[in-house]
Design a protein around this ligand. Structure first.
Ligand code: PEP
Ligand code: MG
Length: 844
């Protein structure tokens, strides 16, 4: 594979920093791209490369240049400087300008920025780093000037190959896929990114079917599900390393958290009973909650027929790659738009990052190139190639993978627009009238991202599912949406007055004034309630008779801590510290850990001291770590996990304890052990804490345990005298009580934490705690589940640790009940026979 060297000069004088130093996770966690940062000492930004300006942000704080080899360099002056709306910045270039190394790009007022910006640190990023490795010779902290090379990179030329037949094929042993959603787009993208670093050809095989591991669509086409066995097969000079690295990734690094609170809508099942008014109601599936009143607008996308024309392969190739380049630029802009909004939306930016991956996907590119070689025009070849792949995906049984066909269509049409020079392929959203309920066969993610919430009161598509990227975007935009709605809805004339009730997955026409008034009232009430809940989010949550309930947050990292703080958390009830340990080759050092715990504690202590419960490493079994040899287990959930792993690896445990006990605000820190199932485990762990405390000269530290194994709840009276608090891990507790794997594709829905069996164990836990004068929290998913809130309080829980977006609503729910009402509900719930009945009891 041919390699090209490329240098990026220093665009601004200042102090050289690693990206990790940038005080914004969007940059420090490389969500936008890879590179380095500079803390500026001058006020001039010069072009670091020869190329073309492809973006000047309208706030003039960021510029992107595309190099001659097609790589894009983003320079982002300061952090959160988008909020300055251009004040303090002067730009010298516009989009489309050609620049040389040293061409002035922009100038800024250092004093103004120092006063008004969060930070002046300027990340310099390479946007698309697939197949690219960055190098620098500068040491962090050095002062650098324009003549210094900031970093260099090597690009491996797309689709070039060594003669792989000269090498022997290397195969891995069969690998069991442990990700509950199998190899869908995100884990597949990780595999592709890693595989592209190797020269060898790499295939994944499953049941005799084979996929090119450098192709996202090919991997998705294998339909690899949870517990499927796959083999990695590589051929080429670095085949052995490729097989090792990819096997490692598959075994240990593609596992995703089960916690889907942020992305899953509150789906109210579509009524199966005969509707009262079937001819006026169209039903589908909730994709994004909410209601709206407006008029129907049928979005008829322009149909395209591409003629097959004979043409010169070389010319068509040039046209084709030019269109790919332009499409990439457009997608990069969309990605930036979401990445710039806020940290919660930065994950939505990844949807568009995946679109760039699709543009580089060898399955589609190679099919197009083969067709071009036959002397056919680029538009025809591309149209055929991407539609073929999209149709293959659509035919898959797995809803998640089939949903990605829409992303391929989205990217496909974008490129096609440039190939046939037809801007009409883009929907003209300006012509959509106010108060629209949009109906379409489907919407693409890019189209959804452009919807204007002020105009669009809701949308419904006849295709798609609630896990699609379109649904995720609709939720993040706050637009009511229904997917998979009855096709008859396409017959409604544009202009027909309608109501969209996405909460119930319905569109209604011929409604009465009474219906309309009711919906209007619901919309107003919901908006008022949301606003009021948000305004009150930073106030304590007390029941109507004055009992304070702490509403804390479940977090995994510093970004979460900042978001939780902004959203009004009273503290952190669960820091899942394992996220610091996973996806690395060795355990984090004590100082790395201390830094992380300290920065999270600092983020929470911006206003007043808030409790921070740090759960010690909860890995093992289903969450393996590369550097911890745990034998493969038949039943990982019943194996070496949680505190059992820490006790078996005391060095790692001690290091973590030392790091936790080094946090300055120790009075507010609570250590929590996961998966404790018996007193001896607790005592052994406490003994180690006592030794570390003695070494560090620390007298008092708060220690608690998670109650997530039935034996711990049943033995709560025995355990309580030895701890300062209990926190119910209802996710695991429910899976063990109901004997349903929490990630089981079919059964997981039935593992409901409101099962009276689970509630009885929580009651026992609370009773034991009261006797021993300690507090009980709940940190599993039911703490964020609104109907569960009064029940848990009624059982005696005083802390609810919830998912960040739910803080305001949970606090509002606490305020709407008295303790007596909660106790009555809890008491009654314990007598019921199912979670469904408990839900009915609360919701009426
Ligand atoms: C739980 O089991 O409820 C819990 C909070 O822990 P995790 O979800 O991290 O296993
Ligand atoms: Mg758990």
């Amino acid at each position: 594979m041919e390699k090209l060297d490329f240098n990026v000069k220093t665009p601004i004088q200042g102090v050289f920093l690693d990206l990790a130093e940038v005080p914004d996770p969007v940059f420090s966690q490389k969500m936008v791209g890879d590179g380095y940062a500079i803390d500026p000492t001058s006020n001039k930004l010069l072009s670091p490369v020869k190329g073309k300006v492809i973006q000047v942000h309208k706030s003039r704080h960021a510029v992107t240049i595309e190099t001659e080899v097609g790589e894009q360099i983003l320079m982002h002056v300061g952090i959160d400087t988008v909020n300055l709306k251009g004040n303090g910045f002067k730009s010298f270039v516009k989009e489309g300008d050609s620049v040389d190394i040293g061409t002035p790009l922009l100038e800024f007022d250092l004093d103004y920025l120092a006063l008004h910006a969060k930070s002046l640190i300027t990340p310099i990023l390479l946007l698309n780093t697939e197949g690219v490795s960055l190098n620098t010779t500068i040491t962090p902290g050095s002062v650098i000037s324009h003549s210094d090379t900031l970093f260099s990179f090597q690009i491996e030329k797309l689709l070039s190959h060594e003669n792989q037949e000269d090498y022997e094929e290397i195969k891995s042993t069969p690998i069991i896929i442990d990700n509950h959603t199998g190899l869908h787009a995100r884990p597949s993208a990780k595999i592709v990114a890693l595989t592209k670093k190797y020269k060898s050809s790499v295939k994944l095989t499953k049941d005799g079917k084979t996929a090119n591991a450098k192709s996202l669509v090919a991997i998705m086409g294998l339909e690899v599900a949870y517990q499927d066995k796959i083999t990695v097969v590589a051929q080429g000079s670095d085949a052995k390393h490729a097989v090792e690295a990819i096997s490692h990734l598959l075994k240990h690094e593609i596992k995703e958290a089960h916690d889907k609170e942020e992305t899953t809508p509150k789906v109210v099942p579509t009524p199966k009973v005969k509707l009262k008014d079937p001819e006026n109601i169209y039903s589908g599936v909730t994709a994004s909650n909410g209601q709206g009143i407006g008029t129907i607008f049928q979005l008829n996308k322009k149909e395209i027929t591409i003629q097959k024309v004979e043409s010169n392969p070389a010319t068509e190739k040039e046209i084709f790659f030019d269109a790919i380049k332009k499409a990439k630029q457009e997608i990069a802009k969309l990605e930036m738009q979401f990445a710039n909004q806020n940290a919660l939306n930065s994950s939505k930016a990844k949807i568009f990052h995946a679109h760039i991956e699709i543009l580089e996907d060898p399955t589609i590119i190679e099919a197009t190139l083969a067709c071009l070689e036959e002397g056919t025009n680029a538009a025809y070849c591309w149209n055929k190639a991407f539609n073929q792949v999209a149709n293959d995906l659509k035919a898959l049984k797995n809803e998640l993978l089939a949903g990605r066909a829409n992303d391929i269509q989205d990217v496909g049409r974008r490129v096609l627009k440039f190939l046939i020079h037809d801007d009409d392929l883009d929907i003209n959203f300006d012509m959509i009238p106010e108060n629209t309920i949009l109906i379409a066969e489907n919407l693409t993610p890019s189209e959804t991202a452009k919807l204007d919430k002020n105009k669009i009161k809701g949308f419904a598509t006849t295709t798609g599912g609630s896990t699609s990227h379109v649904a995720i975007l609709a939720r993040s935009l706050g637009i009511p949406a229904i997917v998979g709605i009855n096709d008859d809805v396409m017959q409604l004339a544009t202009g027909t007055p309608a109501i969209i009730d996405a909460d119930h997955g319905q569109i209604r026409i011929n409604y009465t004034d009474k219906d309309k008034n009711q919906v209007q009232q619901n919309i107003t009430d919901a908006a008022v309630k949301r606003k009021k809940d948000e305004e009150m989010a930073h106030m304590p949550a007390t029941t109507s008779d004055g009992v304070k309930i702490e509403v804390a947050a479940n977090i995994a990292n510093l970004t979460d801590a900042k978001n939780a703080e902004e959203n009004g958390c009273d503290g952190v009830g669960l820091l899942r510290s394992e996220f610091l340990f996973t996806e690395r080759k060795q355990a984090p050092t004590i100082s790395e850990q201390t830094e992380m715990y300290q920065s999270i504690a600092d983020a929470l202590h911006r206003t007043t001291g808030k409790p921070l419960v740090i759960r010690t490493l909860d890995v093992g079994g289903d969450k393996p770590l590369t550097y911890l040899p745990i034998d493969e287990e038949e039943n990982p959930f019943l194996g070496e996990r949680g505190i059992r792993v820490s006790l078996a690896n005391p060095d790692i445990f001690r290091d973590q304890l030392k790091a936790i006990l080094s946090v300055k605000q120790l009075d507010d820190i609570h250590i929590m052990f996961p998966m404790v199932s018996a007193l001896d485990e607790l005592l052994e762990a406490k003994e180690i804490v006592a030794e570390v405390q003695a070494e560090m000269g620390i007298e008092k530290v708060s220690i608690g345990i998670m109650i997530e194994v039935p034996s711990a709840a049943l033995m709560a009276e025995t355990l309580a005298p030895h701890v300062d608090f209990f926190s119910v891990g209802a996710n695991d507790l429910t899976q063990y009580v109901t004997a349903i794997d929490r990630g089981h594709t079919k059964l997981a829905k039935k593992a409901d934490g409101l099962n009276p069996g689970v509630l009885k164990l929580i009651e026992m836990t609370c009773q034991a705690a009261t006797k021993n004068n300690i507090w009980v929290g709940v940190c599993g998913g039911i703490a964020s589940d609104i109907p569960a809130v009064p029940i848990l309080i009624g059982l005696g829980v005083t802390e609810l640790s919830v998912s960040i977006p739910m803080i305001a609503q949970v606090k509002a729910t606490v305020r709407s009940y008295s303790l007596d009402e909660c106790k009555t509900l809890a008491h009654k719930a314990l007598t019921l026979s199912s979670a469904t009945e408990v839900r009915k009891l609360v919701q009426g």
